[in-house]
Design a binder for this molecule. Structure first.
Ligand code: CTP
Ligand code: MG
Length: 225
């Protein structure tokens, strides 16, 4: 099964507040986007398309391996993935969409996603259990509901899809509708989304604290026992 990886890397990283786009911020001396691309290739995808900020094409090209295709991202993640998807060859059977902001995702997560697609799943996401009691609140902050956490999962990337399923779902999504992940796009098209085990190391780098934790991971600092 031929599989193409898409890396969404066109965000600016406002919450991280670095001096450059988040995907170019170094972790262990290597930009986040380079970690994300390596994870996909090590996990078994055949080629990678990266959505980058239009103004930073050359800076991204300089830190990525030959053969990785760069496309101009959009103003939102949905627009960036849409642009990258248009550059995926029609011969590809599967597409895995990954966030540059999840640099330390183990390749084994990629392999689990690919295995599920090979077994026939149209869509699959890596997930982790929710360990805290999780509540809904109203505008005033008052708790309105406490869903049974046994039924809840935290969703990570890479998310895998049969290419045709993802292309059709993006095609059916009206312009201007922005969703936070790609599973939401296919669910809007009534496609069932399966799950495989995620990994805590696939945590998203959003704020400076997350980057500091990732640096500790790279340095091999053992966590509390
Ligand atoms: N992303 C993208 N195109 C956008 C916005 C986001 O490709 N227009 C990507 C980011 O580069 C990131 C992933 O989507 O790898 C997840 O988004 P997020 O963590 O929110 O990153 P940013 O949007 O860059 O950060 P912030 O929201 O803090 O500005
Ligand atoms: Mg964002």
């Amino acid at each position: 099964m031929s599989a193409v990886g898409i890396v969404a890397a066109a965000g600016s990283g406002l919450r991280l507040g670095a001096d450059r786009p988040k995907a170019l911020v170094p972790l262990g001396g290597r930009p986040l986007v380079a970690w994300a691309v390596a994870t996909l290739l090590d996990g078994g995808v055949d080629e990678v398309v990266v959505a980058v900020p239009a103004a930073d094409h050359d800076a991204f090209a300089a830190v990525l391996p030959d053969g990785v295709r760069l496309v101009e991202g959009g103003a939102t993640r949905t627009a960036s993935v849409r642009a990258a998807l248009a550059a995926v060859p029609a011969e590809a059977a599967a597409v895995l969409v990954h966030d540059a902001a999840r640099p330390l995702t183990p390749p084994a997560v990629v392999a689990r996603v690919l295995d599920a697609l090979r077994a026939g799943a149209p869509a699959v996401v890596p997930v982790l259990p929710v360990v805290d009691t999780t509540v809904a609140v109203d505008a005033g902050g008052t708790v309105t509901a406490a869903p049974d956490r046994a039924t809840l999962r935290r969703v990570q990337t890479p998310q895998g899809f049969a290419r045709r399923v993802l292309v059709e779902a993006y095609g059916a999504l009206p312009d201007g509708v922005e969703l936070t992940d790609d599973a939401a796009v296919v669910r809007a098209a009534c496609v069932p989304v399966g799950t495989v085990a995620g990994d805590e190391r696939a945590a998203k780098v959003t704020v400076a604290h997350d980057l500091a934790l990732a640096e500790l991971q790279v340095a091999g600092v053992p966590g509390p026992s």
